[in-house]
Design a protein around this ligand. Structure first.
Ligand code: NAD
Length: 483
């Protein structure tokens, strides 16, 4: 047992104050790159959840009593504070989640700030409509906040995905209880501290850290919560949907994926291979939209396998705090074991490891970038989400064959298609079962475009104006004009 007495303690944020958990328990948070303890994190209880929900309910009126434009200014001020503190925020996220610092500075932090800035601008633009239903009445609609929101966040992009939920909810006048993933709560707590500094009133943004089975479950079951927005695994998502039925909470689920990145023989192979590599190895493959199935037309199959493996071998795997590192560890020992188990499963199914496939070193949860060739569509490594740096490269014959394979899993979050034939890319974009299709590129997200999937990838969309609809309820008002 390591000595944890010296470690910094992180408390719960409830009603504008950082408070110890009711049960007095803390978990030790590890650095995934070294397995060293880095922090002690409060383990919230169901009583803590109840206090946070009461605080969020009480804060609804005061939050909505602030003029919409002023709420927007408060969110903009929070965005400014994130920018002023971006180095500390990036370092914290990199340490807590084992993400390479260069990627956090390039993507996670700017995307979080962009999301907040975008929704700050929405605050005073959430309009109703006058609807000319009949001549004897003035009939109009207004959009009201859905109320108290539980935001349950995964560990792969704690700050960015957290902000995808926090920013639109606050813009719509909702109040929140955020439950970060148990193992990556630090950036959310920093956002909570800066939110208070920006002028977000007490109780509007609460953060309850702790176990999914305690804090998450209690939030989902709580009658004082009006909506749950969840990103995570399909199995937890299914439980949330059932648990939310008690008081008919509104639910948005962003779940996993097994996205196909389809490369036709006429594609620009330099770009396709580069993007296929970053599509699966970015964030060590712990990305819901990872291009984990690389579908390659037979004429160029061997060439693409070899070039993808070559790129995998050049990836600098190591200390996330070093600028030259482009891939860090997996998040946990559990995740590493699960990924290595899939490597064994793939071998057992008859696929061949072209490169990688092993743990690197003995400390930290590092797994080599791995490329599997001779993968058949029916294999588990082609059907199940691995959530690690493992590419399954699958050959196909023609468009119809590519579509059969690409659309042949339970998921449908994202897909990519690479071809120089403009007719083909549009045919494929129309037929691919996915919430996002990238053409001759892969992996971009932007808060202005809808994000989400269907099937085992969940339902509902985040981002853009769709999120405004998610966090508001329309109300129809009839005013009789008859005396
Ligand atoms: P997870 O489902 O285990 O955990 C997600 C969150 O749910 C965590 O905060 C966790 O504490 C909480 N949770 C766990 N049990 C709960 C319960 N019983 N009730 C309520 N909350 C509970 O997922 P993970 O391991 O953190 O993340 C990896 C998974 O998330 C992958 O399957 C991945 O595909 C998916 N994911 C999807 C997206 C997307 O946008 N679609 C984005 C990131 C991750």
């Amino acid at each position: 047992m390591e000595n944890t007495a010296e470690l910094k303690r992180y408390e719960l944020l409830i009603n504008g104050e950082f408070v110890p958990p009711g049960g007095g328990e803390y978990s030790t948070n590890l650095d995934p790159a070294t397995e060293d303890p880095i922090a002690r994190v409060a383990q919230g209880t169901s009583a803590d959840v109840d206090r946070a929900v009461q605080a969020a309910r009480a804060a609804l009126k005061p939050w909505n009593a602030i003029r919409a434009a002023e709420r927007g200014r408060i969110l903009m001020k929070l965005a400014d504070l994130l920018r002023e503190n971006q180095d500390e925020l990036a370092a914290l996220e990199s340490l807590d989640a084992g993400k390479p610092i260069s990627g956090v500075q390039r993507q996670d932090v700017p995307a979080a700030i962009d999301t907040l800035t975008y929704y700050a601008g929405w605050c005073d633009k959430i309009n109703g409509q006058v609807v000319p239903a009949r001549p004897d009445a003035l009939t109009y609609t207004v959009r009201e906040p859905v109320g108290v929101v539980a935001a349950i966040v995964p560990w792969n992009f704690p700050l960015m995905i957290g902000m995808w939920k926090i920013a639109p909810a606050l813009a719509c006048g909702c109040t929140l209880i955020v439950k970060p993933a148990e193992i990556t709560p630090l950036s959310a707590l920093m956002v909570g501290r800066l939110a208070l500094e920006a002028g977000v009133p007490p109780g509007v943004l609460n953060i309850v850290t702790g176990k999914g089975s305690v804090v998450g479950d209690s939030l989902v079951a709580h009658p004082g919560v009006d909506k749950v927005t969840f990103t995570g695994s399909p199995s937890v998502g299914r439980g949330i949907l059932q648990g939310a039925a008690g008081n008919f909470k509104r639910v948005t689920l962003e779940l996993g994926g097994k996205s196909a990145n389809v490369i036709f023989a006429d594609a620009n192979l330099d770009s396709a291979v580069r993007a296929a590599a970053s599509g699966i190895f970015f964030n060590a493959g712990q990305v819901c939209s990872a291009g984990s199935r690389v579908l390659v037309q037979r004429a160029v199959y061997d060439e693409v396998v070899e070039r993808l493996a070559e790129r995998a071998r050049t990836i600098k795997l190591g200390d996330p705090s070093k600028r030259e590192t482009n891939m860090g560890p997996l998040i946990s020992a559990k995740q590493m074991k699960s990924v290595l188990d899939y490597v064994d499963i793939g071998k057992g199914e008859g696929a061949s490891v072209v490169t990688g496939g092993k743990r690197l070193g003995e400390r930290g949860y590092f797994v080599e970038p791995t490329v599997f060739a001779h993968v058949a569509h029916e294999m588990r490594i082609s059907q199940e989400e691995i959530f690690g740096p493992v590419a399954s490269v699958i050959p196909f014959d023609d468009e119809a064959d590519a579509l059969r394979i690409a659309n042949g899993t339970a998921y449908s979050l994202a897909a990519g298609v690479w071809s120089a034939d403009i007719g083909r890319v549009h045919r494929m974009a129309a037929e691919l079962k996915a919430g996002t299709v990238w053409v001759n590129t892969y992996g971009y997200t932007d808060v202005r475009l809808p994000w989400g999937g269907s099937g085992d990838s969940g339902f509902g969309r985040e981002h853009g104006d769709v999120a405004i609809e998610n966090f508001t309820e329309p109300k129809a008002v009839w005013v009789s004009l008859v005396p």
